[in-house]
Design a protein around this ligand. Structure first.
Ligand SMILES: [Zn+2]
Length: 287
């Protein structure tokens, strides 16, 4: 009934036993699918192993902006080999992170962000974005690299828009760009949605002080939202402060349902369908 649209079962801090324990917890929970997001080569390789081990697990291949400092062009070939594996369904998490002053230089981040969008376009794959304190540059680069171009949007089936008063829905272009752990304003979210992006809501929406993300959930039609944990980081209330895990995606989904004024079951089902469409996941297993 739930799809954790961005998590890190691949996290290197887990022992094999811990990973297996988390996996059996997910298998026994209402979480039907997870997207195990890559953020460096070793994490991506582990995510691919996870996806090949567990039927409900899918993987993404990408180098996080804080990990791009030592990349070379040869690494793009290595990434491509991982990206074409069967259960790898997106290039990500890629993007920009300007939070740390002493982090990877911004021009280096921008270069590898562009290069990985180009790879996603070459492979006609969905893109999963990590963007923190870099809203303007992220949008500019995505546009310049054709992430929202008509050509790219023509590669993917259109997606259903919100229900209209006459009971019908418009079918709208889908650029298959997911803004993971969206932390910007409702106005920025509206701009992304208009371009064909999907907005992914993470645990901080449950934090009392976070009016900004609640406004995003209020204003973006649920047809364009997914829910995620980003585990082991950012545990939602009432688990805040503990190591996060995929099964806690329920709390984030409950908050989205509350803000939208719909039932938890409905919010879970719609956000799951949205993530399945985004990652091209079919419900053909014993889930
Ligand atoms: Zn992440």
């Amino acid at each position: 009934m739930l799809f954790d649209a961005h998590t890190h079962l691949n996290e290197e801090r887990y022992t094999e036993e811990e990973r297996a324990e988390l996996a059996s917890e997910i298998a026994a929970s209402p979480v039907d699918f997870i997207m195990d997001a890559g953020s460096c080569f070793s994490d991506t390789e582990q995510a691919v192993r996870d996806a090949e081990t567990y039927p409900w697990c899918y993987a993404s291949a990408g180098i996080h902006p804080e990990e791009v400092g030592d990349l070379t062009e040869a690494d793009m070939e290595r990434l491509k080999k991982l990206a074409v594996r069967d259960k790898v369904r997106a290039i990500g998490e890629i993007g920009l992170d300007y939070y740390y002053d002493d982090g990877v230089p911004r021009e280096v981040q921008r270069m590898w962000f562009r290069r990985q969008i180009q790879l996603a376009n070459e492979l006609k794959m969905p893109i999963m974005i990590h963007s923190r304190d870099a809203d303007l540059d992220t949008l500019t680069i995505l546009k310049e690299e054709g992430a929202f171009s008509d050509e790219r949007r023509s590669w993917f089936p259109k997606r259903p828009g919100p229900l209209k008063e006459d009971g019908t829905r418009d079918m709208l272009p889908d650029a298959r760009v997911l803004m993971h752990c969206f932390s910007y304003s409702a106005e920025t979210a509206a701009e992304y949605v208009k371009l064909g992006a999907t907005i992914s809501i993470c645990g901080p929406v449950t934090f009392k002080s976070n009016k900004k993300t609640r406004r995003v959930v209020e204003s973006v039609p649920i047809e364009f939202l997914t829910v995620e944990t980003d585990a082991p980081y950012l545990a939602p209330e009432p688990m805040r402060g503990r190591p996060n895990k995929s099964v806690y995606v329920e709390y984030t989904c409950r908050k989205v349902a509350e803000i939208k004024g719909i039932s938890y079951e409905e919010a879970a089902e719609i956000t799951k369908r949205n993530a399945m469409r985004f990652y091209d996941v079919k419900e053909d297993g014993p889930f």
